[in-house]
Design a protein around this ligand. Structure first.
Ligand code: MN
Length: 370
């Protein structure tokens, strides 16, 4: 009898996402990189000689797919050379009009089509794979009333589902740890949450979600990938394998102390920055406003894509001119008084803003700087 099986567990590829924050050209590159995930998953499945591939939903960002995506999907699934199970999620739910119904899928692929948990027996692996599909954008709590059937042959049991673990309330197949503990599975392969979970345990049930396999925005920063999970009757181990083509990063760069903006940003970039996508906030106190357009141009070759925000504040020695016998001096003195008696941080922020605008107006400058 098999005492273990090895599975590749992936979810939330969200293929054909719009990538609205990127230019049209770069968005198209990102979509082709999402498609390439399928080939990487197939390669990894062969390399690691996995027994099963479990795809826990939201493989597609919507009910439809570009022609290229449908072709790649069919090819890559066939190349996986093992049984592949797909549990459609809220973005790519199963319906008669969905890709899952219309696409002619290779024989090694089983797509769950009903929102009731079904069981597929795999006697050659001494295993059973359970699963279900979202059949619309929401899905009731599938584990709430689930009772595992008898398991007289002590088969390894795996459940592949899209859904979320927590209070048991919600629109997306919510489940509780107690329900997981009593569902009779050795491993529950989940999808839906985009940050990977790490291997978790509820009673004797191990469960995990790998997160999305390719970031799509600054709320999906860092390494993204899939799990290779070894499942035994007494427990599981899961290895996270990064497969994303690019990472998203959020950086804050402090320009206080008269630092050169370009130098400071370049210093802050990680290795392989040219591959990645950045949101950089410039912070700190500066004498003059950083020239963001120049900076963007200078950085364009060093990163794949960039969003740059100037959040610097004027240096506080703007008060140096408060003693002047001028309109500016008078304005500064009055503003200083108001700031000293500001009731809270919000009032202070507002006064600082007024100060910057006031000084800019007096200088006839376009940018409100001190
Ligand atoms: Mn989802």
């Amino acid at each position: 009898m098999r005492d273990r099986i090895r599975v590749l567990h992936a979810a939330d590829l969200h293929m054909d996402s719009p990538f609205e924050a990127l230019s049209g050209e770069k968005a198209a590159i990102r979509r082709s990189e999402q498609r390439a995930l399928l080939g990487k998953i197939a390669e990894l499945a062969r390399e690691r000689e996995v027994d099963l591939v479990l795809l826990a939903g939201d493989l597609l960002d919507s009910g439809s797919a570009y022609r290229e995506t449908a072709i790649t999907l069919r090819q890559a699934l066939a190349e996986m050379e093992t049984k592949v199970f797909i549990a459609p999620g809220n973005h790519d739910f199963f319906s008669p009009r969905s890709v899952w119904a219309s696409l002619e899928l290779p024989e090694n692929v089983h797509v769950f089509r009903s929102n009731e948990i079904e069981c597929v027996s795999l006697p050659e692996l001494d295993a059973e794979v359970f699963g279900a599909a979202f059949t619309e954008e929401s899905c009731p709590a599938l584990l709430r009333d689930f009772t595992p059937p008898e398991n007289p042959e002590d088969r390894l049991r795996v459940l592949c589902l899209h859904g979320e673990v927590g209070s048991g309330e919600g629109k997306y197949n919510p489940m509780t740890e107690a329900q997981l503990a009593s569902c009779g599975m050795h491993y529950v392969a989940l999808g839906h949450i985009h940050a990977c979970s790490g291997l978790r345990r509820a009673g004797d049930t191990c469960y995990a979600w790998p997160g999305c396999a390719e970031g799509r925005g600054f709320d999906e920063c860092g390494e993204k990938g899939v799990y290779i999970t070894e499942i035994t009757r007494s427990g599981c181990s899961a290895e996270f394998v990064p497969i994303a083509a690019r990472q998203y990063h959020r950086l804050e760069v402090d320009l206080s102390g008269g630092k050169d903006a370009l130098e400071a940003v370049v210093d802050a970039l990680p290795e392989c920055a040219e591959r990645d996508i950045f949101r950089i906030a410039l912070r700190g106190e500066t004498a003059t406003a950083p020239k963001t357009e120049q900076l963007r141009a200078a950085l364009s070759e060093r990163v794949f894509a960039l969003r740059l925000r100037d959040e610097t504040r004027p240096e506080t020695d703007i008060w140096a001119r408060a003693e002047e016998d001028s309109l500016r001096g008078e304005f500064l003195r009055r503003m200083r008084e108001k700031l000293n008696s500001a009731s809270d941080e919000t009032a202070r922020e507002r006064l600082l803003m007024a100060l910057r605008f006031g000084l800019a107006a007096m200088e006839n400058a376009e940018e409100p700087r001190g």
